[in-house]
Design a protein around this ligand. Structure first.
Ligand code: 7TS
Length: 423
């Protein structure tokens, strides 16, 4: 496996970065002023969860201080106001991913719940004994296990499209695995363990040519690249709010209106019905049919603030900034003798996974932590990826909007220190 990594030129021309003021962005994130073990915090674990700007924290506090009430049910002032804010958050999410209609946005807990919802509603309706579900070898457990559960329930088979030694999906193999038995495809937009950006548009075209719908796990894409579900033409798209500078406990499932309308509900309860008798219950229209019970209103409002924050920066500017960081880090880290980068796809975003000869990744993480540098170590909930590379774990640095080259320099110094300790 090659460690000589050269990132390609971006597909589109990088945006003018002169107005991307990383220090001003950092000032918006109170937590970045925290110390870790007496050192300035260097937060490079953004793929696990991102930090929150003051605008998001303020939106949540403001909601509880001024607007809190249950939504869609009260006739009183606060309930109407909370409902309005919640529905504005939905519109904001709709615009963020360029969905045609707000009713195609379902608020869920996160990407995990979004994928489980589709597996248990669309999946249980359309996947039967002998059928197949196709995923890729680089999926997060959240885009594996819900399909495994579905396949077990229905007597169906989970098929896995392989990746090459750079960590790229082998498209020809993927296409070969699309059969008349394939009832749905699940594919990650960006791999959390490798950083690979998948050619989602091509994947969708291949699947749609055979009338197979595609769910895209966008948990690692939404914070880093502009998403246009109409351009991708995917059928479902799953997002976690907390990875895109929003709060935990809120996420987005996009689904095409016609599919959502035909799907049975996921959970039963308040708000998802239009009428209930003991003999028969009829369901509310989408998206409410999929939002049983009191939703995370504060979360949705916080997510809206995060979306507005990202939109102000501009997703293309963010992508350009992070691309520069990733190139810089890739060059610096791959130049250290004894360090091997895992995941050298030609098209990558945000993630730098690596191993150091003779050092367990957990030890790398611990020694970096003592220097105030937060990375993640382990299998990153993508154990099959580790198996492909015949390793147990990696150390993973993942970058976000507020990271700097100086922080990458600190990471490089940290890695050298790890090597000294283990020399
Ligand atoms: N899909 C991908 C590609 C992910 O990276 C993650 C979380 C999920 C789904 C699940 O998201 P959740 O918000 O529902 O938990 N990934 C990671 C990670 O890389 N480190 O910690 C969590």
């Amino acid at each position: 496996m090659s460690t000589a990594v050269k990132l390609p030129a971006r597909e589109s021309a990088p945006h003018e970065m002169s107005d991307y003021d990383v220090e001003r962005i950092r000032a918006d994130f109170p937590i970045l002023r925290e110390k870790a073990h007496g050192h300035t915090l260097v937060y490079l674990d953004n793929a696990a969860t991102s930090q929150k700007p003051k605008a998001v924290i303020d939106a949540i506090v403001g909601y509880y201080e001024h607007e809190n009430a249950n939504i869609h049910r009260g006739v009183h002032y606060l309930s109407e106001r909370a409902t309005e804010e919640f529905e504005l958050a939905r519109k904001s999410a709709q615009k963020f991913i360029n969905a045609p209609r707000p009713s195609e946005i379902i608020f869920v807990r996160g990407a995990t719940e979004a994928i489980n919802l589709v597996a248990q509603t669309y999946g249980r309706t359309h996947v039967h004994a002998g059928d197949e579900v196709l995923i890729t070898a680089m999926e997060h457990h959240s885009d594996i296990v819900p399909w495994q559960i579905l396949c077990e329930q229905q007597g169906a088979k989970l098929k896995v499209a392989p990746i090459n030694d750079r960590g790229e999906l082998i498209l020809a193999e993927f296409e070969r695995l699309l059969t008349p038995r394939t009832k749905i495809v699940g594919v990650g937009h960006v791999s959390n363990a490798l950083g690979t950006v998948n050619p989602v548009r091509e994947i969708v075209t291949m699947a749609h040519a055979r009338n197979i719908p595609v769910l895209v796990d966008g948990a690692q894409a939404a914070p880093h690249v502009a998403i246009d579900v109409q351009q991708l033409d995917c059928d479902f798209y799953a997002i976690s709010g907390h990875k895109m500078y929003g709060p935990t406990g809120i996420g987005i499932l996009y689904g095409k209106q016609a599919l959502l309308e035909a799907m049975p509900p996921y959970q039963g309860g308040g708000d998802m019905i239009s009428s209930v008798t003991f003999e028969k219950t009829s369901y509310n229209r989408v998206p409410h049919k999929f939002e049983a019970g009191t939703p995370d209103m504060a979360g949705a409002i916080g997510l809206r603030a995060a979306i507005e924050y990202l939109q102000k920066l501009g997703m293309n500017n963010i992508a350009a900034h992070e691309h520069q960081l990733l190139e810089y880090a890739t060059r610096a880290v791959s130049a250290i003798p004894g360090v091997r980068i895992i995941g050298t796809a030609r098209h990558k975003a945000s993630v730098l996974s690596f191993v150091i000869e003779g050092v367990h990744p957990h030890d790398i993480g611990t020694i970096l932590d003592q220097q105030g540098i937060a990375i993640r170590t382990g299998h990153h909930c993508a154990q099959p990826v580790m198996e492909c590379f015949k390793i147990d774990a990696t150390a993973r640095a993942s970058f976000g909007i507020y990271n700097t080259k100086e922080e990458i320099d600190a990471l490089v110094r940290g890695i050298k220190k790890v090597q000294e300790v283990f020399a």
